[in-house]
Design a binder for this molecule. Structure first.
Ligand code: PLP
Length: 428
């Protein structure tokens, strides 16, 4: 199979780079994450688990819009719900009944969702939760673990932290997943809230989440689960249900509306009720009806079709067979890890830069019709036939990559610029 012709993609990228700083609105979709000169840069349409780029090339998508497409592109029932709402109006001058219906639905399926509010982005509801934790405790510091968006309280911890006041930076500390000591040593009576992604690619070990819960209870800190990735994916009720641990506040977006922009803060009434008068959190598009219609249909579809279990079964097969394949060619620097619904190929070679190996594997996977950047963000539309096709592509691309690694010829095998880390330590 030849490498795709991506000339229209590259023309668009050149135009973007004169006008749009970093060319992208979403770093994981942007040009630094794909081999420049080989990988498509702009997609035009999708259907199920497939996408077509602006040059007309077809791929199986393993990113799925970086999380939102829990069911798949152009998924009929969701699109119908959106179309039906579109006929009646997008956003209104008074509240819309869907605000109530979707809140009731979330409250039924998500543990501890005694109160619900909506917004548009993950960062919105994360920041609302941080403010609530501060208001509830009368304290200012927060501790975090994972990625939590672009707002100041968190961006101060990133390499690109210019523009965040030092006073704000000082209020946020970080701790490490599965390292309870790294939390305990920072968690004192000045900490308002502890926020974490309850799982990323690692399983919690030594009862980590319960230990975090207990540590928060001992110091009076609010426990916040950032469920952008775990929500409506690990389980219908998210990580609280999957791991059997209660958070005080739980935050959702991504998978909840199959691609429409909606985020949700849910949690215990005694904290959430501060949103009545004390804590200010309002936004123009919060009750926008198309996204709420999509969320209602998406949650019903996930529940009725046992989507989380089925995606997990298919993802487990992908993981298992991929790890068998890796073992069969003795590429012991590779492994497929993570949860079946969202797994990752890790690369740990003693001598060769992991990003170079990733770039070569990506280059070859793209040639085989896979939009791949290391992850398997599976949707309900990745059925057995898609899993078969993904495994076939690995069967072709892994030996090519491994051969180049064994010969020390990775860099010279690349036909474009290698990918960069998501967060660059320096600008260049
Ligand atoms: C765990 C987590 N929290 C927060 C966010 C921020 O969400 P958004 O980009 O919608 O603001 C993201 C986005 O990727 C995320 O993965």
């Amino acid at each position: 199979m030849p490498y795709p012709n991506i000339s229209k993609s590259l023309d668009l990228l050149n135009r973007a780079e004169t006008l749009i700083p970093s060319a992208t609105q979403t770093i994981a979709k942007g040009p630094t994450q794909f081999v420049r000169g080989v990988a498509p840069v702009y997609l035009e349409r999708g259907s199920g688990a497939k996408v077509w780029d602006v040059d007309g090339n077809e791929y199986i998508d393993l990113n799925m819009a970086v999380g939102p497409l829990s069911l798949g592109y152009c998924y009929n029932k969701i699109d119908e719900a959106v179309r039906e709402q579109l006929e009646k109006g997008m956003t209104f001058s008074l509240m819309h009944p869907l605000e109530v219906e979707v809140a009731e639905l979330i409250s039924r399926v998500v543990p501890n969702a005694e109160r619900i509010r909506y917004s548009k982005t993950g960062a919105d509801v994360v920041s609302a939760a941080i403010r609530l934790a501060r208001a509830h405790t009368g304290r200012e510091k927060v501790l975090c673990c994972g990625y939590h968006g672009w707002h100041a309280w968190y961006a101060g911890t990133l390499p690109a932290n210019a523009g965040v006041p030092d006073g704000v930076k000082r209020l946020t500390g970080v701790f490490a997943y599965n390292d309870i000591e790294s939390l305990i040593e920072k968690l004192d009576e000045s900490v308002a809230g502890v926020i974490l992604e309850p799982a990323i690619f690692e399983d919690p070990k030594n009862d980590f989440l319960n230990q975090v819960r207990q540590a928060c209870d001992e110091k009076g800190a609010v426990l916040i689960f950032d469920e952008m990735w775990t929500g409506f994916r690990l389980d219908l009720g998210g990580a609280q249900e999957y791991f059997g641990v209660d958070a005080d506040l739980a935050l959702f977006s991504k998978a909840i509306a199959n691609g429409m922009p909606l985020s949700v803060i849910s949690g215990k009434a005694e904290i959430m009720d501060l949103l009545e008068n004390e804590v200010f959190f309002y936004t123009t598009f919060g009750g926008e009806a198309l996204s709420l219609a999509a969320a209602k249909a998406t949650i019903h579809e996930i529940e009725e079709n046992d989507v989380c279990r089925l995606v997990s079964e298919r993802g487990q097969r992908l993981k298992d067979e991929l790890n068998e394949l890796i073992a069969s060619i003795e590429a012991d620097y590779l492994a497929c890890v993570g949860f079946p619904c969202r797994s990752l190929v890790t690369i740990n070679h003693k001598e060769i830069d992991a990003l170079l190996i990733k770039s070569l594997l990506q280059q070859e996977m793209i040639r085989c019709g896979m939009l791949w950047s290391g992850f398997h963000n599976l949707s309900f539309s990745h059925q057995d036939s898609e899993i078969d096709a993904i495994l076939e592509a690995y069967k072709e691309c892994l030996p090519i990559t491994h051969k180049a690694v064994s010969k020390g010829a990775v860099e010279e095998s690349l036909k474009g610029d290698p990918v960069l880390p998501v967060f660059r330590k320096t600008k260049y």
